[in-house]
Design a protein around this ligand. Sequence first.
Ligand SMILES: *[C@@H]1O[C@H](CO)[C@@H](O)[C@H](O)[C@H]1NC(C)=O
Ligand SMILES: *[C@@H]1O[C@H](CO)[C@@H](O)[C@H](O)[C@H]1NC(C)=O
Ligand SMILES: *[C@@H]1O[C@H](CO)[C@@H](O)[C@H](O)[C@H]1NC(C)=O
Ligand SMILES: *[C@@H]1O[C@H](CO)[C@@H](O)[C@H](O)[C@H]1NC(C)=O
Ligand SMILES: *[C@@H]1O[C@H](CO)[C@@H](O)[C@H](O)[C@H]1NC(C)=O
Length: 339
Amino acid sequence: MISLLFLFFIVSDCVTTAFAMRMATWNLRFDSKPDNITVQQSIDALPDPLVEFPFQGVHGEQPWSTRRLRVAQTLLSEDIDIAGFQEALVRQVRDLAELLGDDWSWVGVGRDDGKEAGEFSPIFFKKSKFTLVSNDSFWLSDTPFEPSRFPGAGSIRICTATRFTVKEPSSSGPQHFAYLNAHLDDASDQQRQLGTSLILTRARFEAFVNGGPVLVTGDFNSPSTGSDSGGYKVITGAQPPLPINATFAKKFDAGGVGADFRMIDFRGQAPRQSVSKNYATFTGFTEPNDTSDWTRIDFAFGGSTRGWNATGYKVLSALQDDGTLSSDHRPVFADVSLE
Ligand SMILES: *[C@@H]1O[C@H](CO)[C@@H](O)[C@H](O)[C@H]1NC(C)=O
Ligand SMILES: *[C@@H]1O[C@H](CO)[C@@H](O)[C@H](O)[C@H]1NC(C)=O
Ligand SMILES: *[C@@H]1O[C@H](CO)[C@@H](O)[C@H](O)[C@H]1NC(C)=O
Ligand SMILES: *[C@@H]1O[C@H](CO)[C@@H](O)[C@H](O)[C@H]1NC(C)=O
Ligand SMILES: *[C@@H]1O[C@H](CO)[C@@H](O)[C@H](O)[C@H]1NC(C)=O
């Protein structure tokens, strides 16, 4: 009996326990109709939940002050652990920090000045689950270390890069991973190819130099097929990367290894019965029956050096019964186990 117990402890000591987490990526649509309504005022103005309201009574884009409680309710009820957002202006970042609550922290900078101006691609995480080890931002342009726009791109574009360790008392060692979150350009496929070439270089560096699994999320403004798919094709290795800034390439040189390193789409990796049948991640603020703009352009990936399994994947509708869309994009959730 005693020897059996010993055996059990020895065996359980050797087993590396996987860490299960739910991640999300969501383009929140920037606060294009700003007002001065506080989060508390929005909460105070919520109607009686027992009373019916006109179904599909509102149409089109609603202000962030209307959308934010729905965004936070979705994220909290889905019990996510870590998330990358896109298009969040500083007010939206602060509102989410307030609504998600004390267990949450975030990193990221405004893309226009590297401080608070312009849209953030922030990474939010649960402090009870993760310790932030490092974070930085780079621009998806020819001068990645300064706020800058790729020639021909519609906007300045940024990527937030993080490293975390997992706070898991039962794990056998300090599980750590890298997580990058970005928003690629809507106007230029060249930018999307260049931007994903930078992200892939950084992801390879994280995988081979710092080690551990690498996760990437983002709004790629790029479907997986067709003439706009350069971003997806570069990051998944279906198309060669473009030449990138030499300083960046040197700083994030993986030492000549991992030439075939690529990112793998979690949607194709999770067991099929655990993948939601919702496919489109962008819908626009259109009528529910108007699917003309629907497309899958928001993704979650794991690095080809692995250390992860995808156990579930889903896209939720952003539409509610009153006609409000939480965003013109839908939230994407990936259940991932790391080791
Ligand atoms: C918000 O408040 C500021 C300061 O009181 C004011 O200047 C601004 O016009 C207000 N904005 C809106 C959209 O009401
Ligand atoms: C994250 O980045 C911010 C801004 O550069 C920096 O102030 C902070 O120290 C970083 N945190 C960690 C843990 O590296
Ligand atoms: C690479 O980026 C750095 C910093 O963003 C910039 O100073 C440098 O000029 C760039 N190199 C080239 C060849 O454009
Ligand atoms: C959506 O439904 C409305 C109301 O029935 C109709 O007028 C419109 O043509 C429909 N749109 C599409 C794209 O089917
Ligand atoms: C992934 O699944 C395989 C096969 O079930 C298993 O051997 C491996 O340990 C898993 N890895 C993680 C990180 O969960």
